[in-house]
Write a protein that binds this ligand. Structure first.
Ligand code: UDX
Length: 428
């Protein structure tokens, strides 16, 4: 194998660690930098701080190529390219907080043989403003490349190794060429463009996917009023090549660390530039209402929720992750509690994360433990194990008989055959 370019990765969260392990798999030496000394110490021991399928194995496989440090100088000494994969959480204004990005930028020395490669999701114009800042600081030879990530939690390792496309925004210099070479073994379609357009691709892609979800959720709500079945409708729509079948699963709304933040971020970016992005307002509002619609369904079946015991199956924002950021379960459980219900929940992996964010709810050790004595059950996250449940056992354990399938993940006939009252989202 030809000598591969050593790289640095700043930030060892989902994006940074998956990127680092992915490049190690391609043969690169990787210097991973994080300000959290405890995390770095644990990573050196092979302990992975997040639950992501395949990541622990990949990091273990390439321990020899993955170097962990708190000192950015270690990465600068060994690598020309420094990937930035630090968090950009939303602020109260909806604009992302670029504090961690700025800290990395400020830590860079004057250099004519280094480049920052931005993986963190940032507003359009961030690259231009960082380049201006470099010039003002006398670091004008420091190069800059935008290389947005499209990793889905739960399949991030696979997404890194088999990307739909790689987007690289640069000034047509050595740094852009070097990033193109880095990704070459993946043989993915390449979009090489200017920095602002690369930044916009990321925001627009996520906003479009979120729009698709809010759209199908509204269709589901109309299906409920009119007697159509959203699964049939989505199947019929998805076979149109121009629409495609993905991201047409109606449910109780999108969550996670990206969609809510990026949709809001793009809306604010537009607003800050003087443009009113009407469509995104609707996407956000539909999503907020969608999380709450389950409450209406429970009222329909149970009347008042005061004193009722409601079991939530799944808490994570989607299956195969322990991520609870912006999970629909957070809104749902808070609404249930404020309506006077007792909430009991079970999630196969997200309980620890959930305990940090949720109070006043009971946690069960398994699905049957959660449904025992419940007046109603809500399937919140479509973990595979919930599809395998014996619904006769579920029915036998419950006090009531209502099952709301918030992800349309179950077979209504099997649930009804067990004597339960089934209600999905947008299913007649
Ligand atoms: C997303 C993007 O897909 C990825 O490209 C980006 O870089 C990071 O953000 P992720 O947040 O991991 O990835 O999750 P994703 O699988 O996209 O799902 C997001 C949310 O939408 C989840 O809450 C999921 O349950 C929901 N969803 C998804 C639906 O409700 N219906 C669908 O049809 C698809």
């Amino acid at each position: 194998m030809a000598q591969r370019e050593p790289i640095g990765v700043v930030g060892t969260g989902y994006v940074g660690l998956v990127t680092a392990a992915g490049f190690a798999e391609l043969g690169n030496e990787v210097w991973c930098i994080d300000i959290d000394a405890d995390k770095v110490a644990r990573l050196r021991q092979g302990e992975i701080p997040i639950w992501e399928p395949g990541l622990e194995e990949l990091v273990a496989k390439h321990r020899g190529r993955l170097h962990f440090s708190t000192d950015i100088a270690d990465a600068l000494e060994h690598a020309r390219l420094l990937f930035v994969a630090v968090g950009t959480p939303p602020t109260y204004s909806g604009d992302p907080d670029l504090g961690a990005v700025r800290a990395v930028v400020d830590a860079m020395p004057a250099s004519d043989h280094h480049a920052l490669v931005m993986k963190s999701t940032v507003p359009v114009g961030t690259g231009a403003s960082i380049k201006r800042h470099f010039v003002e600081q006398g670091k004008g030879d420091f190069r800059y490349v935008s290389c947005p990530e499209f990793l889905k939690e739960g399949s991030a390792v696979k997404d890194f190794l088999h990307p739909d496309r790689v987007v690289i925004g640069d000034d047509g210099d050595w740094a852009g060429d070097a990033v193109v070479d880095l990704y070459a073994p993946l043989d993915a379609p390449l979009v090489r463009t200017d920095i602002a357009s690369a930044e916009m691709v990321k925001l627009a892609a996520n906003a479009f996917l979120a729009t698709k979800i809010s759209f199908i959720n509204e269709i589901a709500n109309v299906c409920e009023e009119t007697g159509a079945d959203v699964l049939e409708v989505a199947r019929g729509m998805g076979l149109d090549d121009r629409i495609g079948p993905k991201f047409l699963q109606a449910g109780i709304g999108f969550g996670g660390s990206c969609f809510p933040k990026d949709v809001l971020g793009l809306k604010q970016l537009a607003g800050n530039s003087g443009y009113h992005f009407q469509l995104l307002n609707a996407v956000i509002e539909v999503n907020e209402l969608q999380k709450r619609r389950v409450i209406g369904k429970l009222h329909k079946h149970l009347g008042t929720l005061v004193g009722k015991r409601i079991a939530l199956l799944g808490l994570a924002f989607k299956p195969n992750t322990d991520d609870m950021r912006e999970a629909s379960s957070l809104v749902l459980s808070a609404r249930l509690q404020s309506d006077g219900a007792t909430v009991v929940a079970y999630d196969p992996v997200a309980e620890d994360e959930a305990r940090k964010l949720m109070s006043g709810i009971e946690f069960a050790d398994d699905a049957l433990g959660a449904v025992r004595g419940a007046d109603a059950v809500v399937l919140v996250t479509e973990w595979g194990e919930f599809k395998e449940l014996d619904f006769r056992e579920v029915a036998g354990a419950m006090a009531g008989d209502v099952l709301i399938d918030g992800r349309n993940a179950l077979d209504p006939e099997a649930v009804r055959a067990a004597g339960l009252t089934y209600e999905g989202i947008g299913r007649s």
